[in-house]
Write a protein that binds this ligand. Sequence first.
Ligand code: FO1
Length: 324
Amino acid sequence: MICVLAGGVGAARFLRGLVEVVEPERITAIVNTADDTVLHGLSISPDLDTVVYTLSDAIDPARGWGLRDETWRAMEGLARFARVRPDGSSAGGAWFNLGDTDLATHFYRTGRLAEGARPSEVAAEIARAFGVGVRILPMTEQRVRTMVDTEVGRMGFQEYFVGMHHDVGVRSIEFAGVSGASFIDPIVLEAAECVVIAPSNPVVSIGPIRALTGVDAALAARRDSVVAISPIVAGAALKGPADRMLTDLGHEASVVGVARMYAGVCGTLVIDAQDAPLAGAVEREGVRCVVVDTIMSRPGVAAALAATALEAAGVRLPRGGNRQ
Ligand code: FO1
């Protein structure tokens, strides 16, 4: 079994490549749920949904989140209430865009959780409904929330990311509830042939998974078969605020900074060809460095990247991958 620690868009695109080189059933994705939010009473799990929608090819390719061919009638309908909403009420807010078909996923998740189903059961059901063969696990069954302390106040992750367009300085990050939460399945981290840390934000996507008790220790204990892929290319994040966030929080927004953050838990860092001159500096941080094309916008790149990551972690692949 191959274990992938995953955030949203970058991880989802990596997983789409991975299923081209190994059977989906051989993959377990452990997905960040600290970005989850509740809006309109609905439980929304953006990273889980991004992974499932991408693997089922239902994702909107331009946005990287939500469903393709989406309509927005429900959101448009909320406009009617903006005029009457009392001061101080957040009811019917339209700052977070929920497409009409995407809403069905949130209805289902919310309904099942209200019946007492575990988040992992619901995640598996949603993955099955979308025909996804990869085992998709939330990082924990408990509630953990990324809280962002910004220069304009403390807020939940989606309020920062979507509400503020991640355009405010970040002072600190807290994973509220993490000390009372348990990692979803410690056996996976022991039994996996290799663990891949997907090209996701090291602070707010991989950070919450690593903050769960035992995860860093389990990764460190098998460090040689843990490989990470840098989400930072040429000093910038391909998507989202990872570069600014790293700088704001005192890290270096470069592959060397990523290597420093991951050196204790991974034996190899995969970096993009644009960062090849920094390979030596990455290795001086104590991780082996592999240089390859990591920008997954062109066909074939994600599968080649996945094959490279697996080989770097010691997984032998038949020539041409396991799948035709
Ligand atoms: N991202 C946005 O930038 N704006 C949105 O309105 C938005 C809505 C949304 C709805 C459902 C969903 O699953 C994801 C959504 N995202 C939206 C993406 C998401 O908030 C972020 O990409 C992740 O949380 C960061 O990993």
